[in-house]
Design a binder for this molecule. Structure first.
Ligand SMILES: Nc1nc2c(ncn2[C@@H]2O[C@H](COP(=O)(O)OP(=O)(O)OP(=O)(O)O)[C@@H](O)[C@H]2O)c(=O)[nH]1
Length: 334
């Protein structure tokens, strides 16, 4: 699966190409039909062709780095030609300001900085050369259009930047809270949830239960069927636990072959009944021929104002007792 960063860069390449393509087509047609500006129209159609070719190349080869360079060169070519052809009083030089956000995004900070420096150096040289010949700037329709378009392009680019930054942050948060093997919440996330439940100001939660559940003789499963099959068992059981509890319950991998359930608004007696159901369903799973996989559960209550470690220790003690009494059972710790 492609990463979030890759998807965003891919979308940005395609979006910029679409913008160049549509913009070149519309303005080119206006330049032919309305203004009879054939030189400008030729440049517009060259840009359109370049956008289409790069788009096709990008779709076929998925070489993001190369496509990114081609897009940066295409947009720079557009801006430069526009500055040269629409000289005088149209504010076309403003277009140069869209280059840094595109370049930095597509090529990265280091290369982007050099690229931008070169483009700006060139632009300053161009303006210095133009200055003695320039007419005073006036606010005609062309100038106004240029200003609106440049601001629209900036709005689009910064919105894209903000969205991709937020998505990357969400993805990072999701990854840091997820167990890779099972897709369940990991220990970090469980610790945070436990603290949330036991915080003194948390008066929304009346009664909650915490459960530690451990697969019985898991070492034997690994030893007999191999580590990969052991992983598969962990995935199966994780899926069963997630599917069988309520949407509002929390399920996570506490570590190794041990899982934790945090059940809001649930008494220990209710939690006991839930665990018994889960235990029976797990015992019925046919993961290996002529072989039963079982699990032991330890239940404790989770109170506001209580140290989370205390609740976990109580559940752990109950689990230990369940193992001690012969496994494949649920024990409550009051
Ligand atoms: N396949 C696999 N095995 C793991 C993973 N994490 C821990 N284990 C194994 O889980 C086993 C746990 O063994 P023990 O702690 O002795 O417990 P057990 O064999 O389940 O025995 P009881 O808990 O007393 O019933 C060890 O062999 C670990 O190597 C994992 O991610 N994948």
């Amino acid at each position: 699966m492609a990463s979030t960063a890759y998807r965003h860069q891919y979308t940005l390449v395609m979006s910029v190409l679409w913008i160049i393509g549509v913009f070149s087509f519309v303005i080119g047609t206006l330049n032919v039909v309305v203004f009879a500006a054939y030189e400008l129209a030729t440049f517009n159609y060259i840009s359109l062709t370049a956008a289409v070719l790069i788009g096709v190349y990008h779709q076929r080869h998925r070489q993001l780095r190369r496509s990114s360079w081609l897009v940066c060169l295409a947009i720079t070519f557009n801006v430069m030609m526009f500055m040269h052809l629409v000289t005088g009083n149209s504010y076309s030089v403003l277009w140069v300001t869209v280059i840094p956000p595109i370049v930095f995004f597509l090529l990265g900070r280091k290369v982007g900085a050099w690229y931008t420096a070169i483009v700006f150096g060139y632009t300053i040289g161009f303006m210095a050369y133009q200055l003695p010949r320039a007419q005073p700037l006036t606010m005609g329709l062309g100038s106004l259009l240029n200003i609106i378009e440049v601001f629209t392009a900036h709005w689009f680019l910064f919105r894209h930047y903000e969205k991709s930054r937020a998505d990357a942050y969400d993805e990072l948060e999701r990854l840091s809270n997820t167990d890779r093997l099972t897709g369940l919440a990991n220990r970090l996330s469980l610790d945070a949830t436990l603290s949330q439940f036991t915080r003194s100001e948390n008066d929304k939660v009346n009664e909650a239960a915490v459960v530690l559940a451990d697969i019985d003789h898991f070492k034997t499963i690994n030893d007999r069927f191999g580590h990969l099959q052991g992983d598969r068992v962990l995935q199966h059981i994780a899926q069963l636990l997630r599917l069988q509890v309520r949407e509002s319950d929390f399920v996570g991998r506490w570590g190794g072959e041990e899982f934790m359930l945090i059940l809001p608004n649930t008494s220990t007696t209710e939690a006991f009944a839930i665990c018994e159901q889960l235990r029976e369903q797990i015992a019925e799973l046919k993961l290996f021929p002529n072989e039963r996989t079982t699990m032991s559960f330890g239940v404790a209550s989770l109170q506001p104002n209580q140290a989370p470690e205390q609740a976990v220790a109580a559940a752990d003690q109950a689990l230990y007792e369940a193992k001690h009494q012969g496994r494949n059972r649920t024990i409550m710790n009051f």
